[in-house]
Design a protein around this ligand. Structure first.
Ligand code: PMV
Length: 319
């Protein structure tokens, strides 16, 4: 017997950080990068508990040997509780992912969703997307302090979303596809750390930060309008303006600014950091024919890797 589940990476287009304070944000799946979990009976391991093989994070062990608060142990236990099932013995859970870890692409959320889906499939107890999403959010909360919930939402639904914390999801209707170059700075930056730094700064300077969050939220609203009406060329300047605000809330760094500048110089229509910042990714809006040149410019400016992706309408979520 065997069952699999998967989920894509994601990227935030607009609204990061301000979304933690109730402003809207836009995010899209990146289907080129995925996490996949496969749970299968292993006849050679009938006498032991659930084995985990996760080469991307160098884990090959029984779940019982992981620390109780390890993300994989937590997601497995919480999913079994929800499914009202015992830990499957004599089985292996294989987890493969090509999503960079701590790179602002939702790798943790995608692995959680893939594992939840594999377990639900294995026990033939299908879960709704809402159930998968709220369980993945619980796991995000344990590991990231006070997340907005945007990561788990985008990777679960695998659709572009307009997201406001604690509100039902709004799907983003992409009237005209557009192309992005995503550049990995190669600098890992755990989101929990930047979120905590922004919180401290907001506590020290509440008026200034509230104003900046408002501006970031307004740019996200304008971007939603541009995307839903097919005026994608307007997204470039909106990205540039967002990046300025993100610098002001101090989540950029010189290496990131260099990549943003390099993308623009290579012909991007706009560029910004994406996600938690102080590392992670930069995104650049490009005309399709410029994509390869912008990717090359980003590599030259120090990007560890680049990916070209096209944002289009909804895709059906993988089970
Ligand atoms: O670093 P990422 O892409 O996982 O995104 C974090 C987005 C924040 O707005 C900074 C935090 C959050 O929980 O929304």
């Amino acid at each position: 017997m065997q069952a699999s589940g998967s989920a894509p990476a994601k990227i935030i287009l607009f609204g990061e950080h301000a979304v933690v304070y109730g402003r809207p944000a836009l995010a899209v799946p990146v289907p080129e990068l995925r996490a996949r979990a496969t749970l299968r009976q292993n006849p050679q391991a009938a006498n032991r508990g659930l084995g985990i093989r996760a080469p991307a994070v160098s884990i090959q062990d029984e779940v019982g040997n992981l620390p109780a608060d390890h993300p994989l142990a937590v997601v497995i236990h919480r999913t079994l509780e929800l499914l009202d099932r015992e830990m499957p013995a004599g089985c292996d859970l294989q987890i493969e992912s090509n999503i960079p870890v701590s790179g602002g692409m939702g790798s943790g959320a995608a692995v959680s969703v893939a594992v939840i889906r594999a377990l639900a499939g294995f026990f033939d107890r299908p879960l709704t997307r809402e159930q998968v999403n709220s369980l993945a959010f619980e796991i995000e909360k344990i590991h990231h302090g006070s997340p907005s919930g945007i990561d788990n939402t985008v990777v679960t639904y695998e659709e572009p979303v307009y997201f406001v914390k604690s509100q039902p999801i709004h799907r983003l209707r992409v009237a005209k596809p557009f192309t992005l170059v995503i550049a990995d700075s190669g600098i890992p930056s755990p989101t929990a750390i930047t979120v905590a730094a922004v919180r401290r700064a907001w506590q020290t300077e509440p008026v200034r930060y509230e104003q900046l969050f408002d501006e970031i939220g307004t740019l996200a609203q304008m971007a939603r309008f541009a995307i839903e009406t097919g005026r994608t060329e307007e997204l470039g300047p909106l990205m540039d303006q967002s990046h300025v605000r993100l610098c002001e809330i101090d989540v950029s760094r010189p290496e990131i600014d260099r990549l943003v500048d390099a993308a623009r110089q290579a012909g991007a229509l706009g560029a910004k950091l994406s996600g938690g910042g102080r590392g992670g990714n930069v995104i650049a809006l490009v005309a399709e024919q410029q994509a390869a040149g912008v990717a090359a410019g980003l590599k030259q400016a120090g990007a560890a890797g680049t990916l070209i992706t096209t944002v289009a309408g909804p895709r059906s979520a993988s089970q």
